[in-house]
Structures are given as structure tokens and as C-alpha cells.
Design a protein around this ligand. Structure first.
Ligand SMILES: [Zn+2]
Length: 259
């Protein structure tokens, strides 16, 4: 989807011919993890690759962005209980990101953007952003297709703000992107209603908490996918692509504002 802006398609001499210090390398970060009975393991990978690919394809030329091959497996240990989930430990993923940052630093590009499809990676990716800034002098950025609800992002009212995993939005996105991989007949509502009244200890609240996806029941998803639709998914997808494309333009112009 990134077409001529696909990093892996460049030949070795083109790295120095075509990349410069303002070039932006975009790394989609996906996951292969249980997503309830109705969505495929690859959901976060599909979404991250699609949003990154579409945005870089649209504005890559203009903002000098390039699409790196996606990191398919990441830190999904909240789903470790579910057979088939592939996950890296926090220390392994941090080491992988360190290694990739070191490789990026061998190119003329100085801007690296993580487009993260899996909310469970966010804290670690923020740590990696700073580590790579210090270790290799890269300008590093973390973006999401949408801010995850457990980090203060929005989730529709029907889900009481708790469509964390395999809920209405994510299921709709998949109905738009890969409908043959979705079994909507298996979708059920699974919302931890007891948390909704909490002022502090809640998803995206001032007091966060450690959780595993089976803390909320055996199905593994958290949210209400039953009303999901491809139309809603297309709307969300287009909005996510637009927002990420706009963000890339700010990344291009970003500096630390020193006089
Ligand atoms: Zn997901």
C-alpha cells in the first residue's frame, strides 16, 4: 500500500541517495494475540499495517515518509493464558527496539515513528522512544490509530467507555479491512460494568491497574462488538488515516523549538 515509499524496496545505494535527516521512517507495531471468539489473532497487525500503509502511501512523498516492515509480534502477555498468542517479554521487546533503532541510525534518516496497533505496548514504546533518543540521537515518536480507551481514549457510550479489546471500534475496523476473518455470530457483550462507577480506579482514570484479559471473563475480549459494522469501520479507518497523515506532517516539521 505504501507503493514507492516502501523502505524494503529500496536498493542499498538509494538509502543515501533518497533518505535525509528529515526523512521519517514509520514502523507499524502489531500483535498476534487472542482477540475474543470473533476476531483473528492478527487484528492489531492488520490495523496497524493498513493505517500506516495507507497514510504513508498518501502523503509519503510530500512529507518524506517511508514504511518499514511491520513488527508483527510484540508485548501481549496480558493474553499469555490463551493458546496461540505469540508474545515477547518487555525486556526482549525493548532489546529488539534498541537493535532496530541502531539500524535506523545507520541511515541518514533521523526520525522514527512507531504506529502502534496494540495498546499493551504503549508504556514500553514510550520508554523505547526515550532510550533511542539518548542512545542514537534519533527523534522518536509514538502514534496510535486511535488513543486506546485504557489510556484515556474514547470508547462509545454503549461500552461505558470500556471497549478495550475486540470491542465495537476494533471489530468494525476489521469488518471494513478483513471481513472474511471476522465471525460476528460469535460476538458477545463483555463489559466490566462494575468499574463504570469508579472515579479513580478505571480504564483511562487517574489510578491505573495491572490487568490480564482473562480477569474479565473467559472470552478474552473487553467491550461490546455486537453492533459492529463495516460502515462504522470505514469511517474510523478513514479518520485514523487522515489523522496519522496530518501527524506525519507535524513530525516532519518537528524540532525542539530551541532558539
Ligand atoms: Zn486489538
Amino acid at each position: 500500500m505504501a507503493g514507492s515509499r516502501d523502505f524494503g524496496s529500496l536498493r542499498a545505494p538509494q538509502i543515501t541517495e533518497r533518505l535525509g535527516p528529515r526523512s521519517i521512517l514509520v514502523l507499524p507495531v502489531g500483535a498476534i494475540e487472542q482477540h475474543g471468539p470473533h476476531l483473528p489473532l492478527s487484528t492489531d497487525l492488520v490495523v496497524a499495517e493498513a493505517v500506516a500503509g495507507e497514510a504513508v502511501g498518501a502523503v509519503g512523498q510530500e512529507v518524506d515518509a517511508w514504511l518499514l516492515p511491520a513488527l508483527a509480534v510484540s508485548k501481549s502477555n496480558e493474553h499469555a493464558w490463551s493458546g496461540g498468542t505469540l508474545w515477547l517479554s518487555a525486556s526482549t521487546l525493548l532489546a529488539v527496539l534498541h537493535d532496530l533503532g541502531r539500524c535506523v541510525a545507520t541511515t541518514p534518516a533521523r526520525k522514527l515513528v512507531f504506529l502502534n496497533g496494540h495498546g499493551g505496548n504503549s508504556s514500553l514504546l514510550n520508554v523505547a522512544c526515550r532510550e533511542l533518543r539518548l542512545a542514537y540521537g534519533l527523534q522518536t515518536f509514538l502514534a496510535h490509530p486511535g488513543v486506546p480507551p485504557d489510556q484515556g481514549g474514547a470508547s462509545p457510550a454503549e461500552e461505558l467507555g470500556m471497549g478495550i479489546h475486540g470491542g465495537l471500534e476494533e471489530t468494525s475496523l476489521m469488518l471494513h479491512l478483513e471481513p472474511s476473518l471476522v465471525d460476528l455470530s460469535a460476538a458477545t457483550r463483555n463489559v466490566p460494568e462494575g468499574l463504570a462507577g469508579n472515579r479513580y480506579v478505571r480504564f483511562g482514570g487517574p489510578v491505573s491497574f495491572g490487568w490480564l484479559s482473562n480477569d474479565f471473563g473467559p472470552t478474552g475480549h473487553i467491550g461490546d462488538p455486537t453492533g459492529a459494522s463495516a460502515e462504522r469501520g470505514k469511517e474510523r479507518f478513514d479518520a485514523a488515516v487522515r489523522a496519522f497523515a496530518e501527524a506525519l506532517d507535524e513530525v516532519r516539521r518537528f524540532d525542539f523549538g530551541q532558539a
